[in-house]
Design a binder for this molecule. Sequence first.
Ligand SMILES: O=C(O)CCC(=O)C(=O)O
Length: 302
Amino acid sequence: MTIGADDLTRFHEQGYLLLDVLPEDDAIALRREIDGILDRHRVYGAVDASFHRSENQHHGDRLAGYGTKAKHYYFHLLTDPSFLSIQQVFHRPEILRPIERILGGSLVINNASLFAAEPGTCYSLPWHRDVIQIPQHEIDEAAIYSQERFHNSVQINLPLADDETLWVVPGSHRRVNSAGEAAAFAGSKHYAPLDAVMPSALNVRMRPGQAVLYNNNIIHRGHNQCFTVPRRSLHLGYHSALRPPTWHFYLLDERMFTAAYRARMSPEVRLMIDQYFACRLRYPRMEDTWRGLSADVAIPPR
Ligand SMILES: O=C(O)CCC(=O)C(=O)O
């Protein structure tokens, strides 16, 4: 399945798009497989119930001792051999086709993670746009959050269990902050304070197998006062190799892809990784992705 012109317009205007992507049974089967992996590393007993901040969650957690903290875990799926068996989902056509429609083909994966949390966990990632790689004084808001600029990145949350954690401010990806948003981000262009009020925020509610595709310049956050069901959501990022990438492209750590590990990957995923590093050779410097942006203006492919 791909998406039609209306969905494409909705994605560009609203900055996010909710889609039925995987059959629910496939999502539940995948969730069972992931539960099995987590269970093999889970430690039962006393739980550290203190609140764990999540601003640096993208650095990743270790599987060992899963469950000893009441925290929102973030596991890197492309570099941890424990997750090799589920990597086939990264090239499912149902995921790739809608993104190709948005980005224009030659897709390169640049992030694949798992959000996992157990019932009773409180999770509050502050409001942000995904610009934390850019030093605050170099964030050119008018150039980055602009309709004129083609944003070569699509991020997806694909829940394998009911999920009501993602919040977005529709349309905020292509305009500078409103007065209310500017007040929330007055102290930091990276993260608002945890208790900041965000006007016009919307909660994205999804069933297993649905996915939200979003432009990660949108103002968004992950927030769940207290999970009542486990969170098991895939969090994936793609670029098109046809255009210069954005700063999100540089997350993968080359050192993790040893010859021994690569030999264990499926040919399809190994090819995806090869394409990633080939693209990175062409665009080696992350800082080039935000410097001189006004020259990188282009209309989106249709
Ligand atoms: O938890 C979520 O759904 C959002 C996570 C997020 O925004 C992030 O990791 O940057």
